[in-house]
Design a protein around this ligand. Structure first.
Ligand SMILES: NC(=O)c1ccc[n+]([C@@H]2O[C@H](COP(=O)([O-])OP(=O)(O)OC[C@H]3O[C@@H](n4cnc5c(N)ncnc54)[C@H](OP(=O)(O)O)[C@@H]3O)[C@@H](O)[C@H]2O)c1
Length: 259
């Protein structure tokens, strides 16, 4: 898919990855809709992106999801691509995580993107064209200890993306699931960064990941796992999860000190 003059929604544009994706799309000469909750962050981002519009919205509210949909159509008449990047993280022992955090992770990472996609998918099916891009995580395929809720949300997003892609086969609408490994952004707390350093877990630059995401969209990829050897471990975990249990056993115990 050529992205020039395409109308592209970035949900979670004010985050580090979202902003990198927006800048990369600007270089493709796309029409960009920046969505986030913070008016100031949206305005700051938009100064470098002349072909963008901004929508202040919290995806966890139905009226805001409708606003995203309606305002984009008012301005551009058609939505060609939606990239769901907004997300929340939790790094904790599962039994210590508050119910509020568990609920908010599922709401923001899974339910709200699904409900927004429902509106957009109907519109795309009517146009017989479009691309829905859901940003997951390697943790959705290799669930890590102390990231139970986060891993579960990304596994749910992965299953949902695959299911919807199969359901929409032949409609002209592509659904893709893109799973980065760790990225150097504020999404990761100091505790996570310290743990990643200790265990030599690779962290990618947001601009690199944004480039991988845009290339995957242009190529119409159904899914993409970013980073080696992580993409190999995704397959090993699917085929031989006991092997991964063993490999991570010591690390899982040591990781608790970083909480
Ligand atoms: N960083 C990593 O290591 C990593 C690795 C793999 C995958 N990912 C995925 O990449 C995505 C973005 O991560 P990031 O690193 O860019 O994180 P980030 O800098 O913390 O950005 C998170 C984004 O989500 C938005 N957001 C959160 N809740 C929202 C809500 N209710 N309504 C609207 N927007 C909301 C935030 O917007 P405002 O706060 O401005 O409202 C912000 O734009 C996430 O889906 C994450 O799971 C990240």
């Amino acid at each position: 898919m050529k992205l020039e003059h395409k109308n592209i929604l970035i949900i979670g544009a004010t985050g580090d990855l979202g902003a990198a994706v927006a800048r990369r799309l600007n270089s493709e000469n796309a029409n960009i809709v920046l969505v986030g909750r913070s008016k100031d962050k949206l305005a700051a981002l938009a100064t470098d992106l002349p072909k963008s519009i901004q929508i202040i919205a919290d995806i966890n509210h139905e009226k805001d999801r409708e606003k995203i949909f309606q305002k984009t159509l008012e301005k551009f008449n058609q939505i060609d691509v939606v990239i769901n990047i907004a997300g929340l993280m939790s790094f904790n022992e599962f039994i210590l995580e508050t119910d509020e955090i568990t609920n908010s992770l599922f709401q923001t990472n899974v339910i709200s993107p699904m409900l927004l996609n429902k509106k957009i998918a109907k519109h795309m099916i009517e146009n017989s064209s479009g691309s829905i891009v859901n940003i997951g995580s390697i943790f959705g395929s290799i669930p890590f200890a102390l990231f139970s809720s986060y891993s579960a949300t990304k596994a749910a997003l992965k299953a949902y993306s695959e299911s919807l892609r199969r359901e929409l086969e032949g409609t002209g609408v592509n659904v893709s699931y893109i799973a980065p490994r760790a990225i150097r952004t504020k999404f990761n707390s100091n505790a996570i960064n310290e743990m990643n350093n200790k265990f030599k877990i690779s962290m990618d630059d947001p601009d690199f990941v944004a480039n991988e995401i845009i290339n995957a969209i242009k190529l119409g990829k159904k899914d993409k796992y970013i980073g080696y050897p992580e993409k190999l471990f995704v397959r090993i975990n699917a085929l031989m999860p006991r092997l991964v249990d063993k490999a991570l056993k010591k690390q899982n115990q040591e990781a608790k000190q970083f909480i």
